[in-house]
Design a protein around this ligand. Sequence first.
Ligand code: OOG
Ligand code: NI
Length: 454
Amino acid sequence: MSNWIATDEIRGNFAKAMSEMYRHEVPQYGTLLALVEAVNRETLAAAPALHAALRDGDELARLDVERHGAIRVGTPAELAMLRRVFAVMGMYPVGYYDLSEAGVPVHSTAFRPMDDAALKRNPFRVFTSLLRLELIEDAALRQRAAEILAARDIFTPGVRELVASAEHQGGLDAAQAERFVAEALETFRWHREATVDLATYRALSGEHRLIADVVCFRGPHINHLTPRTLDIDEVQRRMPAAGIDPKAIIEGPPRRVCPILLRQTSFKALEEPIRFAGDQQGHHTARFGEIEQRGVALTRKGRALYDRLLAAAREADAGADNASHQAQLSEVFADFPDDPATLRREGLAFFHYRAVPDVAVDTRDASDVEALIERGALAATPMTYEDFLPVSAAGIFQSNLGDGVGDGYSHSNQASHSNQAQFEAALGAKVIDEIALYERRQQASLEQALAALA
Ligand code: OOG
Ligand code: NI
């Protein structure tokens, strides 16, 4: 018997510590949490069916702690070490996102828990991007950036030692786990001092603001922490009265009866004072706020339909205000079925199956899923989307980097650089295919439910 602390518990404690640190660093984050909490409470009170569905899907408890954050790192070694740090918390690299297609010189994954029990406990996720230095065109500047990055260590000696212990022992004991959370947190802290002088900062920023953000500081400060709302339109509507100025457009699919995938909006980062090397004063904009609303995960077929409709809507979009953007989206997405039964029968979305107790089952129906559902012996509830969307993520990045500032990367220039294999080599592992993961979870729940009925 071991005394190791469960990875779920370490992750929960880490997420809580991160949230506390960020609330301290960015007071608007606290305002946002209060707003989301109020809207969630009102939404649940006004919609008993939603309340019951979330309760039955075991999603109610996790809602209050559910957050995702984002960081950006500069080197393969940093990314590979992060993978080991997150593994101690039961978080694994799921999905590959190529943002270069949208003119952002990074590619990314999301570290997150994978199985039902862990997700239920705390689905904390960190969207993690690796800067693609090779996309800096100026060779001297590229070299300078690489040297600056090579000279820093974003991890404390303590966290390195504890990660090694966890890998060697197979876990951490209580005292080690507590120390791990404190040491790991240091990597994500904000620094008011840059490691470079103002001229270097400006040169890198002129290439792309993201490059300056990654290269000029001691660590990959957490740049936002996002709570999950049950009604993003309502939170967006109330933001200005709370003193928060949201970006113009809610990213992702339109509002629907049966929400799909992920809708997101963010508010712009504040300009923060920075002391540069040589005691020069300046500013940097990195940190922002974001909210998300999550819906059902889509199958490959459903995702293909989503991508097609989103592209069609973008083509037709006049780029106006959120109201007309949403109206336009809703019109195009009329082609996407909007009730759980159709989404399931047409194989567009993933579901959790469970046996309903005390319903008599005819043995002839025992493996006929449709018949069992018809009879009420088998229940299917939508499986929540746990991942991110590249087009939305690019919109969030761009809104917070300032439109077009120092953005010299054209789409076509970047598309050819797309390279999951290169990302995986840096990571030191393959990323997990998110769709295959949903498929496995759905299949396991079905097998379990059928076994229970048999
Ligand atoms: C990450 C932006 C993407 C999301 O939720 O899609 C993102 C970043 O700015 O580092 O957070
Ligand atoms: Ni985000």
